[in-house]
Every structure is written in structure tokens, then in C-alpha cells.
Design a binder for this molecule. Structure first.
Ligand code: NOJ
Length: 572
């Protein structure tokens, strides 16, 4: 080892306050984090009560998935009032208290904004239904007449991300079947019409509402989906069964031959028009004091295309799902790291890194799956290639130790610091993801990564809720992962995360420059950053550790001078 081969860094902050360039941001999925009311669904007071443990973990910021008024058909991503809190989660006062407490711990708060669609229960959609075809109210959403002699066929062939048609037909005031409305997700999530200026104005007001309350930024849901091609043309994936399978719309654009993908890009993803919207939002954020940030949830590939979302006058960050989807293979990882730093660096933005969230199989399971698993399908008892949990956790720890050494900003998903696996054996009747329901169970969906967090091994619902209620059942053995079992325990996943975050902050790894080192095997990745050498053995045989190096962190126990498979070390 030791020959330098190439150097890459994240773009330096131009002012000391651009916290988002290096931040470790912890995703809270409110309904599964901590339940103070005892109804089995996590809430804002529950979050407030647990913030000190996140301060102890060492995160810089939290991102909260939606807690707004919602019928909860898609766990809150179906918003019925963008400026209020659903009683399930508490009140606006609870939000203010949570925000103030987070800030008092030095933790910034990002909230979720869902601009592609609302709930069908939103007053705007209800007004659109009542007002009838051709009205101003209908023009705020994507209504069309149907095809066929009597309009009985959907306006085009688009499929919902969750399975089935992306169109539903309404019954008009006269009791007759009428127009159709577009929903790229569940039928209870009608898509807005972003060609209508009125929609822009409403969302600017929503942004102001939360900025005025003091939030530090927004994670923008489906940030690649707001603009659809004029005329809403039919579209079919070029390759049968795109990444969500069955010809359904995928969260990500289908692979296209051309970089811009003009010919084969789905007419609802990654259209140029979305960038105008974010430029206006950026101006608004910039007009506020402090350092507020926008992060795009944009399933856009390849990386240089995704980087358009974070040009200097657009958003600040975009989730790096290309990284998340990279297999546990050294060459693929090195390539995606280089490509990410290059693509984001090219536009002056930090790269982000992420391995888990509320939409994907937890990485402690995903990295040990032995058969292909399409994004959004989830895993369950009948899935082929189910993971070995020991291998999964070992890889997850090694993968996170690699990720947290990289320059840029990293996202963590609640529970990964406990090493939580995907819950595979949820009973069918407990599953709530619309993906499971809309595909009649053909896809398990995302409930397995949303099971409530175990805090205390011996408490009811493992400390999630005093009453023992839990909206998804916690599996037997969940208590073994509880924070109470890991806190202060050398070698536990929780202590490993704590150590990684502390060292990352102490050495300024987020702003550092990565220099690749040559290694004895293609399966071993090694680089230096801020005076630390990081080595990850992604192969199946031991690798030699450099002699005389002092180990400051190891993702698995070491025995002698070798780096075992599926292990990452930080050395000095
Ligand atoms: C992406 C969110 O992360 C996911 O949970 C949700 O179902 C869809 N967007 C629709 O809002």
C-alpha cells in the first residue's frame, strides 16, 4: 500500500456556516421513533424526549419525515394540510418545543416537503372535485378526460410507482363517471399541476410558514417529478419490468441510452422544467437569515444529471441514491465514490452519502441479499436470497465506516446505529405500505424498515411506547438491539457509530480531501483523508494491515496484523 493514485475532495465551504456541506443528518421517521402518547404511533413529544440521545450520538441535524395533517394512506406522504401537525403526532406547539430543544442541543432540523402531490382529502383537491371539469380548481391538479368512446379508459398508460394504473376516475356532481386524475403514487395522492402558477404561490407560502417557525431546511419529496411532459404522452419502459418491475413507474428514471435520455426518459421524471421551481425556492431560502438548506429526493441517474439539482442557484444537496444502490463490491464502490465527488464537485456542491432510509431494505440486510431485489419491493418470508443476518450486520458496519470517512454530508436512518435489520416476517395483516396493498402482496413493500425503534430491552414495546402499543409489531428478539443493551458497551454498533461521528468531527473528515492508495488486492479499498488512512476489505480473504499503523477505529474485532473480510479500519 501507499502509492498515491488520485485525489478527490468535496468543494470547500465558502463560509464557515455552510453546515450542510459536511453534516451528518439523522432521519427520524416520526411514527416509528418514540411514542409519548401511548397510542402506538410515534409523535413529536416522543422525539423531543429522545433528542438527548441523538446529541450523545453526535449528529449535526435531523430530518423528520412528514408529521402534517394526513389520512396516513402513505404514512404521511399524503398531506391534507401542509401547515399543521396531525393530531397523531401532536400540535404546532409540540413542533415548536421539539425545534427549540433540538436547537438547544446544537441539532438543526430539516422538515419534509411533499410538493408533487397532496392527499385527496386536502381542501384544494376536494374543491377541485366539487368545482367540476374546466374549473380553476381542477387546473391545480392533473385532471384529464378519459380515452375511449365514453371516456372510460385512462388518459394514458402511465403506471403508479406503487403498482396499478396512475389514473383514477372521479364521479362528477351529476353522479356520472367523469374525468380522471393523475396519481404517480397511491390513488389518494393526486398530482399537482405545476404548470399552474397558483400551485407555485401556495408552496412558496408553505416554505415561508416553516422557515418563519425556524426550520433549517427541507427535504423535498419526489424532487424529480413535479413537471410532466406536455400532452402527457404514453410511455413504456425500454426494458421490460423496469426497476420497480411489472412496467410500473419507478422512483428512478429508466436507463436510457443517451445521457440526457430525451428519447427514453419517462415523461414524468427529471424534466428540465423542475429546475425553475427550485431556483425560486432557493431565492426564498437565501432571503432568510441563518443557513437554510434544500435537499432533493431525486432518483436521477447518472450522477452528472443529478448534479443539476444542486447547481449553485438550486438546491444545496441531493440524496446520492446511486451510492445507496451500489453493490458491496470494491471496484463498484470506488467508481461511485469518484463519480460522486466529480459530479457534485463540478457544480460546487458537496456529495452526499446514504445507505438506508424509510423506502429501502435496511442496509444491515440489503448488503447480504444473495438475489436481486428491486428497489421498493421489500423483502418477506417468500423472497429469494434472504440475507444471513450476521454477514449483513458485519457488512453494514464496514460499509458505514467507509461512508462516514468520505468527504461531504452523510444521511443516517433511525435504527441503523443499533444495527437493526429489515424485519422480514411481519404478518401480512400488519403490513400497511400501499405498495403491498396495491400489488395484492406481490411486493412486500417498505414496512420492514419502519418497525418501531427498540430503546430499552425490558420495557413494554422495547421502550417505544409506555403502553406497549406499536403500530407495526416488533419481532421477537428486538430487545437485543435496544439502545439500553448497547450504550457504553465496547464494540456495540451504537458505540461504533458514536466513535465514528466523534472522529469524523474531530478530524474534519467531511471537508477533507480523499487520496486513493494502491492496495495488494483489488478487493481492498484504501485512501487517506485528513491524516487518517481508511482501509476496507470487501473481499473474501484476509488482507495485510500496514505494519506499525495504529488503529483508531475498526468495524469488527481484529486479530493480529490482518484485516478480515467485510471489515473497515481507520488507521494513523
Ligand atoms: C418518496 C417518499 O420517500 C416515499 O416514502 C413516498 O411514498 C413517496 N415519495 C411518495 O410521496
Amino acid at each position: 500500500m501507499a502509492t498515491e493514485t488520485s485525489t478527490r475532495s468535496t468543494t470547500s465551504a465558502t463560509t464557515g456556516s455552510e453546515w450542510w456541506r459536511t453534516a451528518v443528518i439523522y432521519q427520524i421517521y416520526p411514527r416509528s421513533f418514540a411514542d409519548a402518547s401511548g397510542d402506538g404511533i410515534g409523535d413529536l413529544p416522543g422525539i423531543t424526549g429522545r433528542l438527548s440521545s441523538l446529541a450523545e450520538l453526535g449528529v449535526d441535524a435531523i430530518w423528520l419525515s412528514p408529521f402534517y395533517t394526513s389520512p396516513q394512506n402513505d404514512a404521511g406522504y399524503d398531506v391534507a394540510d401542509y401547515c399543521d401537525v396531525d393530531p397523531l403526532f401532536g400540535t404546532l406547539d409540540d413542533f415548536d418545543r421539539m425545534l427549540e430543544t433540538a436547537h438547544s442541543h446544537g441539532i438543526r432540523v430539516i422538515v419534509d416537503l411533499v410538493p408533487n402531490h397532496s392527499s385527496d382529502q386536502h381542501r384544494w383537491f376536494q374543491a377541485a372535485l366539487a368545482a367540476g371539469p374546466g374549473s380553476e380548481e381542477r387546473d391545480r391538479y392533473t385532471f384529464r378526460d378519459g380515452r375511449g368512446e365514453n371516456g372510460e379508459l385512462p388518459p394514458n398508460n402511465w403506471q403508479s410507482v406503487f403498482g396499478g394504473s396512475a389514473w383514477s376516475r372521479v364521479t362528477e356532481a351529476d353522479g356520472e363517471p367523469g374525468q380522471w386524475y393523475l396519481h404517480l403514487f397511491d390513488s389518494s395522492q393526486p398530482d399537482f399541476n405545476w404548470d399552474n402558477r397558483w400551485v407555485h404561490e401556495q408552496f412558496l407560502d408553505v416554505l415561508r410558514f416553516w422557515l418563519d417557525r425556524g426550520v433549517d431546511g427541507f427535504r423535498v419529496d419526489v424532487a424529480h417529478g413535479l413537471i410532466k411532459v406536455e400532452g402527457l404522452p404514453d410511455w413504456a419502459p425500454p426494458v421490460e419490468g423496469g426497476s420497480m418491475g411489472g412496467g410500473s413507474a419507478s422512483l428512478e428514471p429508466e436507463i436510457s441510452a443517451e445521457p440526457e435520455g430525451a428519447a427514453t426518459l419517462p415523461p414524468y421524471w427529471a424534466q428540465e422544467g423542475v429546475h425553475e421551481i427550485y431556483r425560486e425556492w432557493r431565492e426564498l431560502l437565501d432571503s432568510y437569515d441563518g443557513d437554510r438548506a434544500l435537499c432533493a429526493e431525486a432518483w436521477v441517474d447518472p450522477l452528472p444529471k443529478l448534479a443539476k439539482w444542486v447547481r449553485p442557484d438550486e438546491m444545496h444537496q441531493a440524496f446520492n441514491f446511486v451510492y445507496l444502490e451500489t453493490p458491496w463490491k470494491a471496484s463498484a464502490l470506488r467508481t461511485v465514490i469518484d463519480d460522486s465527488l466529480d459530479a457534485f464537485g463540478e457544480v460546487g456542491a458537496p456529495s452526499t452519502w446514504v445507505l438506508s432510509n424509510h423506502d429501502v431494505v435496511r442496509h444491515a440486510s440489503r448488503l447480504a441479499l444473495t438475489a436481486d431485489n428491486l428497489q421498493g419491493h421489500g423483502i418477506g418470508p417468500k423472497t429469494k436470497g434472504l440475507p444471513d443476518p450476521v454477514v449483513g450486520l458485519r457488512r453494514a458496519r464496514a460499509a458505514t465506516a467507509l461512508m462516514l470517512a468520505l468527504p461531504g454530508s452523510a444521511y443516517l436512518y433511525q435504527g441503523e446505529e443499533l444495527g437493526l435489520p429489515e424485519v422480514i416476517d411481519l404478518p401480512d395483516e400488519a403490513r400497511q405500505d400501499p405498495t403491498f396493498l396495491r400489488t395484492n402482496g406481490e411486493r412486500y413493500g417498505r414496512d420492514g424498515c419502519r418497525v418501531p425503534i427498540p430503546w430499552e430491552a425490558e420495557a413494554p414495546a422495547c421502550g417505544f411506547s409506555e403502553t406497549g402499543e406499536s403500530w407495526l409489531p416488533q419481532p421477537a428478539g428486538w430487545g437485543a438491539f435496544a439502545r439500553s443493551e448497547q450504550r457504553g458497551v465496547d464494540g456495540s454498533t451504537l458505540e461504533l457509530y458514536r466513535q465514528m461521528l466523534a472522529l469524523r468531527a474531530e478530524h474534519g473528515l467531511g471537508l477533507s480531501t480523499l487520496k486513493w492508495l494502491q492496495t495488494e488486492s483489488d478487493d481492498v479499498l484504501a485512501f487517506t483523508t485528513a491524516g487518517i488512512t481508511v482501509m476496507a476489505n470487501i473481499g473474501t480473504t484476509d488482507a495485510a494491515l500496514p505494519s506499525g499503523a495504529s488503529i483508531i477505529l475498526a468495524s469488527a474485532p481484529l486479530d493480529g496484523d490482518v484485516l478480515p473480510p467485510d471489515t473497515t479500519v481507520w488507521l494513523r
